[in-house]
Design a protein around this ligand. Sequence first.
Ligand SMILES: [Mg+2]
Length: 318
Amino acid sequence: MRENDLLEHIYRHNTSLPAHVSIPPGDDMAALDVGGTNVLVAVDQLADGIHFDLKNTPLQKVARKAITRNLSDIAAMAAQPVAAVVAGSLPKDFGKSNADALFDAMHATAEHYQCPLVGGDIAIWAGPLLLTVTVLAEPAGVEPVTRRGTKVGDVVCITGQLGGSLETVNGRTHHLDFEPRLSVARALAGDENLRPTSMIDLSDGLAMDVSRLCRLNAVGVELWADRLPVRAAGHQAAHRDQRPPWMHALSDGEDYELAFTLSAQAAEHHLPAEIEGVPITQVGLIIEGDDLLIKQPDGTVVPLDALGAMGWEHQSNG
Ligand SMILES: [Mg+2]
């Protein structure tokens, strides 16, 4: 079973949703009209053995990621955190001091990002550590930016750098230590010259996540390998496995950066090289049709899936 297939099955119901659902399933967050106000909501789970390895990850970093992963979805909507609730399934032998440390660290992270932890539930079970975090958000003084709206001719841009998110460089492991792009997203969405036509956060790799954006908007894309900014950890990963660094940027996943689109004219005249110290890079172009392409450094253009670059999909054991 593949996550994309399951999601498409769920989205079949989108056409029959009640009117108070203003952003339906299929975006980084759903939005609901509650008493005349837009409330955004999303849920994410973090499981030992899938999203982290408890054997060699400090609990504080696990706790941090449980919260920041959700904050990255809030950033993808250019929204503002309101609160979080967490359901924790703890292994039998986890112990009270570990549980205390875990929840204290989640609490501290949530507080740091003005997203107070306001409730939850704890169960003890025979399975691995599993943290399920639900976040609520509100518009940050601007309309939320959704995955829908990009058009042929738009450029694809990303924040920050990509690749090697599991590698540790100078004590920093990106998938645990990343900074959710909340304020960069708000700066983009609130600037009439820069407001993205669509936006998504990068959790499963640029190739996979941009393909989702394209499918939703019935467009294709050409990404440019030689423009992909690769973080030091991506180069480290490339050195280890002898694949080109841009392949890591394309498909490693867990970047928690933003990919967004905007008109070529807006990009040409208004796009800064960085926002609040975070680099902004044009990495491709939205094209007609449904082709998902990459222009390689030698100039040849090939389908992304021909490179096995479609990121990793969460798969069940079935
Ligand atoms: Mg997301």
